[in-house]
Design a protein around this ligand. Structure first.
Ligand code: ADP
Length: 247
């Protein structure tokens, strides 16, 4: 039996009478990498904001691990294991790479650490921090203030701070946006290793990246689902080709 970690049913969002998202039924399989694509204005951002509960739906339900979350707040949803990533604003510029990841780990651990001896707590924390930093390929920049990192490295640092929260599912908002050509393959590798044992839903415009990374693709147009399937299936779909070419 298929296992779906996230299910949106009849999801709609109206802004002053205009449907940005209309009657969307989206199911994301556990441990898959799923892409949400569509031309500008298709409703991708609104969908992301609904799924992470930054926005309230006009109608519809959202279930994460079979629990209704549409009326929850983003902090609660994040503590349940559904986290949004790739916002550089989440990185503290003056702090080093190590310090940024440490802060994220402390945030996750919360009060637990208060019962530990400080030196022991720091040792465990740093071992995990080094592991996460290695996973995103930033070991060379361990003591570099985040503000001095390249744009691409800032983004993967943000991803490391997201994984520190131990999410079961990560929503990635255009992970390749603004990256230089040479950064795309390494970031794809990082996303692949982050995806092990997790589920990823991403909005992305780079079709080569989607073709290589994603198990399943949902195409939105004018707030509605136009097509869904493997990349090969949707990229051959005449309605999808028309949506992109016909604009
Ligand atoms: P995408 O991310 O696919 O480009 P969006 O979700 O940003 O699409 O937008 C979908 C549609 O909803 C667009 O027509 C946009 O203008 C409209 N929209 C998005 N947010 C708002 C808002 N807060 N108020 C009014 N209209 C909005």
């Amino acid at each position: 039996m298929e296992s779906y970690i996230l299910q949106a049913t009849g999801l709609s969002k109206q802004f002053r009478g205009f449907y940005a998202v209309k009657d969307v039924n989206l199911r994301v399989r556990r441990h898959s990498i799923h892409a949400l694509i569509g031309p500008n204005g298709a409703g991708k951002t609104t969908c992301f904001n609904l799924l992470t509960t930054f926005l309230r739906p006009t109608t519809g339900s959202i279930q994460f691990n079979d629990r209704e979350i549409s009326a929850s707040d983003p902090a609660t949803v994040s503590s349940m294991g559904l986290v949004r990533s790739f916002q550089i604003s989440a990185v503290f510029g003056q702090m080093t790479v190590l310090e940024n990841v440490r802060v994220a780990l402390q945030q996750k651990a919360g009060m637990t650490w208060a019962f530990w001896r400080r030196d022991r707590a720091l040792k465990v924390l740093d071992a995990r921090a080094l592991e996460l930093i290695a996973m995103v390929g930033l070991t060379r920049w361990l003591h570099t203030p985040a503000v001095e990192l390249s744009y691409g490295r800032k983004r993967v640092l943000e991803l490391a701070t997201t994984i520190a929260l131990e999410p079961e599912m990560i929503l990635l908002d255009e992970p390749m946006a603004g990256l230089g050509h040479e950064d795309i393959a390494p970031v794809m590798e990082i996303i692949r290793s982050v995806a092990k044992g997790r589920t990823i839903l991403m909005v992305e415009h780079n079709m080569k990246v989607i073709a290589e990374l994603c198990d399943r693709v949902t195409v939105l147009q004018s707030g509605q689902i136009l097509a869904e399937g493997s990349y090969d299936e949707v990229s051959r779909d005449p309605a999808v080709i028309e949506a992109y070419v016909g604009g």
